[in-house]
Design a protein around this ligand. Sequence first.
Ligand code: HEC
Ligand code: HEC
Ligand code: HEC
Ligand code: HEC
Ligand code: HEC
Ligand code: HEC
Ligand code: HEC
Ligand code: HEC
Length: 232
Amino acid sequence: MRPLIYPLLLVLTASNTVNTNAAPFVPDRDTDSSQHKKETFHTPAKEAACVACHNMGGTPQNSKDSTCKTCHRQIINFRFVHGPAAVWACLSCHDEDSEQGKYAVIKPDSKLCIQCHEERMQIWAAKRYRHGPSLISCTICHDPHATDQPFRAHIKTTSHCISCHEEKASGAHLIRGFSSAGHPTGGVPDPLRPGREFTCAGCHNPHAGDTPNLLYYDNTKMNSFCTICHKK
Ligand code: HEC
Ligand code: HEC
Ligand code: HEC
Ligand code: HEC
Ligand code: HEC
Ligand code: HEC
Ligand code: HEC
Ligand code: HEC
């Protein structure tokens, strides 16, 4: 616990509303430094100020009676809501009795996702190549609760891909030579998946593939890859 003291002191001295009579607040968390960035709320000391009016535990996992709802209503107030969050099954991911602190989640988050998406994740695991980021964290790209993007992506798929693959923003990808604009990566419908916008993920699987460049439809020959969409 010792390393906790230093970030804590910084927080306390930076604040000019320190109550010197109160017991010092110690975050109820482990020593992962990334978790010191933000103080956690669900500690007995802080919850004490709410219990008079709010039920702070014993949450039923359904949308009618969830006690999380009174305070966290906004978290699902977006266009695309993840199944378990939509029905307020918050505790399917947030462990009330976690040693890491109340409502902490298992890390890495893929261990969380596999509980319900095992079948799909096994398909990816069996592919020859995996996309690096998806081995580290699923929530780099997907919000576990809700967003305004399909698949609850944090931002539009193509923008997201470009945030890491900056060189692909230039538009020269694939068809440099006979078009300065490059291959379209947005703003047109996906010819193979009705109702969806065409993005980088129209050609690349963001999780895994049988070719190093993660091409969808497990295609290895460039000519026949183009004709999947560009029929003669
Ligand atoms: C004196 C009673 C009382 C206390 C103490 C209290 N609340 Fe509330 N709070 C309420 C009531 C009543 C509502 C409205 C509930 C509803 O609309 O379902 C509410 C609603 C909320 C909301 C939802 C606001 C919104 O716009 O959706 C949040 C967030 C909240 N409280 C946080 C807290 C926190 C955090 C504490 C403790 C630090 C706390 N409250 C302590 C009575 C209280
Ligand atoms: C009395 C209001 C209130 C209730 C009830 C409540 N929360 Fe919170 N919760 C907060 C506040 C305030 C924060 C800190 C601000 C934030 O991160 O949104 C918070 C933060 C969190 C966090 C981030 C980690 C932390 O501790 O700061 C998680 C996870 C969380 N709540 C889950 C839940 C779950 C799950 C439930 C239902 C079982 C729940 N909360 C019920 C008010 C509440
Ligand atoms: C599919 C798993 C999953 C479900 C279901 C889920 N959460 Fe989360 N939640 C997470 C993960 C993962 C994080 C990120 C935690 C971290 O980085 O430490 C998180 C973070 C949070 C936070 C911290 C602020 C934020 O947005 O990052 C709050 C508050 C929260 N969840 C509340 C809830 C509530 C309320 C519900 C029920 C409506 C819920 N969660 C359902 C996985 C889930
Ligand atoms: C408690 C079970 C549960 C857990 C845990 C869970 N999911 Fe889900 N997920 C569902 C259900 C149910 C659906 C289908 C309803 C929907 O689209 O929201 C779904 C759908 C999805 C979809 C959309 C799939 C599609 O074909 O449209 C994505 C993306 C997703 N989850 C990502 C995640 C990620 C990332 C995690 C881990 C952070 C996770 N899920 C953890 C239950 C879960
Ligand atoms: C690099 C960003 C990224 C990462 C990391 C990522 N995903 Fe996705 N995921 C996407 C995008 C983009 C889509 C939509 C793909 C499309 O349009 O075909 C998607 C689609 C999905 C779907 C539904 C459709 C499908 O392909 O089956 C599920 C379920 C899903 N992801 C779960 C996960 C899980 C679980 C993880 C962690 C192991 C994860 N994702 C990691 C970007 C990502
Ligand atoms: C968080 C950063 C990040 C995001 C977001 C991201 N990637 Fe990647 N991507 C990487 C890294 C790092 C590698 C190389 C390491 C690896 O895959 O093992 C990579 C590799 C790739 C490769 C294989 C490159 C090769 O040399 O064969 C393709 C294709 C790819 N990404 C496409 C995408 C697409 C499409 C998206 C959007 C759905 C995306 N990436 C989003 C970081 C990212
Ligand atoms: C029309 C299909 C298609 C679209 C759309 C597409 N790609 Fe590709 N991508 C390919 C093919 C085919 C290859 C392998 C041939 C090559 O390297 O030129 C490839 C290779 C790659 C590679 C690895 C080799 C390299 O050039 O670095 C990365 C990374 C990549 N694409 C990222 C992206 C990103 C990011 C987007 C969206 C901005 C995108 N791709 C859109 C088909 C596509
Ligand atoms: C997954 C589907 C898909 C694949 C695979 C694909 N394309 Fe495309 N391509 C599209 C879509 C969608 C458009 C936009 C059509 C429109 O504007 O209506 C497009 C447009 C084009 C254009 C016209 C560009 C412009 O500026 O109007 C060229 C050239 C092109 N593709 C070349 C290729 C080549 C070369 C390959 C193989 C490396 C390929 N495409 C693979 C879907 C695909």
